[in-house]
Design a protein around this ligand. Structure first.
Ligand code: 6R9
Length: 645
């Protein structure tokens, strides 16, 4: 099989890597044999105010359910990401910022400058009454101030909740209310691909539906004219009033660091909570191992800070390790398909870490835009967010990387804090499309539907049997939902929601979600969220949403819509409903196809049979399976006849 082709560790990597094959095996064995000793030793990579004496204290069992790591340790995340580097690398560039518009000048901040900026930002927050434990919502474009805002929250012990700038006012309002946040940090507007995103206007619209909101700090980015209300203050004005000296707050390892909302298979998005010590350790550990971190290398994770990848690999991991991290304001294919590789040349980037969807969209433009650039500085490539198809993998490896750079395909989730299954560039032979093997300290297991453990080369549902420091600790405000969602499908195990195959070499191949979560361009989207948005429209009676294969996005959104009686399907209505969902949730949730259906396939008990809807959306109309249990089997013929392409 072509996918089984092995790409051996390149010689220069094998000879020079921090962790080679033997070292990986030794680390894996050590972490399995004595996890507590292993993690207490690893914890030394952080700077503790009080070093922990215990590592993991956890149980996934219902009677005794709890997850804690390093619980008697005290530290501050921002001091770990900034202050402790000052003696040795105060003048090293910590953050390179590349603007949306290529003609504009990049900005660079040394660790010393980041220290000042973060101290000042922290004092602005304090002056607004923000205290340890308060929630601060961050709704910003990819600007350096976004990193400063996160680190400023961490410095004073406030809990940040970043909301992706592409989310609608409604989605933003829901996320402000859910964690009862009183303060939002935003910008007048954002810039992406030459377009404006009206962030401040969105906050104003959200405020009407978010009564907890008291204060909005506005960063001037575009200079757009925005109305300022009583609750609004300009960041630059507030910053002029305060000093840049702010002592970091001592935090217990289990104090919350941030909330990040993510989609599940049911209900509203969940506020995933990560805590201070375990999360930072996981960010540092995985960034170091998976990317073979060296302080002299420029590291570029192209994710937005609105997603967990941006948290862990733009901000926390690299800065905890004293790296130079690149933040890019814009889009991968704007102004043209050379942009990413031009940025690589401009900043002599060593590692690029991006999503398969971005690669597929660039691949469509051919090799010329890549070959127009040098990329001589590139040594390591990474992917995250969704399975990478072997074709895109090979293009990345051969055309972008010219065969010399390993690809680290990192599998993980918002819930896991950082990578769990990923190759190490100097240790792991690669197979295109496989995230390869678990990191030391990670214990994956495949189970069948009944929960039977599957050994050897098999496919099954992916569980993790033991806690790791970067694991989420709870769903904000709903600990019961945390337990129910992740620990009841297979008792005593963390269930990831992913299907997975393990091959004869023990390599893991993630096959995608087995629940009702879509992965659209690497973004998680609950089918239930899109359905709720659709049925809010006055003409819609019922909606069912499934995924469909999509060349660039990986998965597209296919919506079956039943209209209220008296309403007629039309192309106009299709456009209206697409715009409606965009407005309700955000552009990433826009349905790719809408099929008007007089009825949906339901069992006699009224349950929608999504299996059938998925098959039709996928075009597999000849393998619909058993439809005899349907209340009205005839609806299927109509659905098949009117399938959207
Ligand atoms: C980091 C992130 C998590 C879901 C996850 C899985 C999919 C992520 C992947 C991958 C195959 C990879 N996923 N990385 N699938 N190979 N390397 O993406 O977090 O947004 O929470 O999404 O993404 O299905 O369950 P998140």
């Amino acid at each position: 099989m072509a996918e089984q082709q092995l790409y051996a560790v390149p010689e220069h990597w094998a000879a020079n890597a921090k962790v080679d094959r033997d070292a990986y095996e030794a680390l894996y064995a050590a972490a399995a044999a004595d996890p507590d000793a292993f993690w207490l030793e690893e914890a030394k990579r952080l700077d503790w105010i009080k070093a922990p004496t215990v590592a993991g204290d956890w149980s996934f069992d219902e009677d005794d359910f709890h997850i804690q790591w390093f619980k008697d340790g005290v530290l501050n995340v921002s001091a770990n990401c900034i202050d402790r580097h000052l003696p040795e690398r105060g003048d090293q560039v910590a953050i390179i910022w590349e603007p949306d518009v290529p003609e504009e000048e990049p900005r660079r901040f040394t660790y010393r400058q980041v220290h000042e900026e973060v101290g000042r930002f922290a004092n602005v927050l304090k002056a607004q009454g923000v205290r340890k434990g308060d929630r601060v919502t961050v709704y910003l474009p990819m600007i350096p101030e976004a990193a400063f805002a996160l680190l400023a929250c961490a410095r004073i012990g406030a809990i940040h909740s970043v909301v992706f700038g592409g989310f609608s006012p409604d989605a933003l309002a829901g996320r402000i209310q859910d964690c009862d946040s009183k303060l939002v940090i935003t910008a007048d507007a954002g810039r992406r691909g030459g377009k404006r995103i009206a962030l401040k206007a969105n906050v104003d619209a959200a405020a009407a539906r978010a009564p907890s909101l008291e204060r909005v700090i506005v960063i001037k980015v575009t200079g757009d004219d925005v109305p300022m209300h009583d609750r609004d203050i300009w960041y630059h004005e507030a910053a002029a009033e305060v000093s840049s000296e702010c002592a970091p707050e001592p935090m217990n390892a289990e104090d919350p660091l941030f909330i990040l909302y993510t989609s599940g298979s049911t209900g509203k998005p969940k506020g995933v909570l990560h805590t201070t010590g375990g999360y930072l350790l996981w960010a540092s550990y995985t960034h170091d191992l998976v990317f073979d971190h060296r302080p002299e290398n420029v590291f570029w994770c192209a994710a937005d800070i609105g997603w967990v990848t941006g948290h862990t690999y733009v901000v926390y991991g690299p800065l905890a390790n004293g790296a130079t991290t690149l933040m890019y304001e814009g889009l991968p294919n704007w102004p043209d398909a050379s942009r990413i590789w031009q940025v690589v040349d401009r900043h002599q980037v060593h590692t690029v870490f991006t999503a398969p969807t971005a690669l597929r969209s660039l691949m469509k433009e051919g090799d010329a835009p890549v070959k127009a650039t040098s990329r001589a500085s590139l040594r390591l490539l990474g992917t995250v967010g969704e399975p990478i198809n072997p074709e895109a993998w090979r293009w990345y490896h051969q055309v972008v990387g010219e065969g010399r750079s390993p690809i680290v395909d990192t599998w993980w989730q918002t819930e896991t804090g950082g990578a769990l299954i990923a190759p190490l560039p100097g240790a792991t032979d690669l197979k295109p499309g496989s995230a390869t093997k678990p990191l030391p300290g990670v214990h994956p297991q495949l189970v069948d539907e009944a929960g039977e453990v599957l050994d050897g080369a098999v496919s099954g549902n992916l569980c993790i049997t033991a806690s790791w420091p970067g694991q989420m600790r709870t769903v904000w405000g709903d600990h019961e939902r945390f337990f129910q969602t992740y620990f009841t499908t297979y008792r005593g195990k963390y269930f990831t929601g992913d299907g997975c195959r393990r091959d004869e070499h023990g390599y893991y191949w993630i096959t995608g979600r087995v629940d009702d979560v879509l992965n659209v361009s690497g973004h998680r989207m609950g089918t239930a969220e899109v359905e709720s948005a659709l049925v809010l429209h006055p003409k819609v009676a019922e909606a069912a949403v499934v995924g469909m294969p999509h060349d660039v996005k990986g998965q597209g959104i296919y919506a079956y819509v039943t209209l209220n009686s008296g309403e007629e399907p039309s192309e106009d209505l299709t456009a209206t409903l697409r715009a409606w969902v965009r407005k309700e949730i955000g552009p990433i949730a826009t349905p790719d196809a809408i099929q008007f259906a007089p009825g949906l396939p339901k069992t006699r008990s009224g349950k929608i049979m999504r299996r059938i809807l998925r098959k039709i959306a996928e075009g597999e109309v000849d393998s619909l399976g058993d439809t005899s249990t349907l209340a009205d089997p005839a609806v299927v013929d109509d659905l098949v006849a009117n399938r959207q392409r």
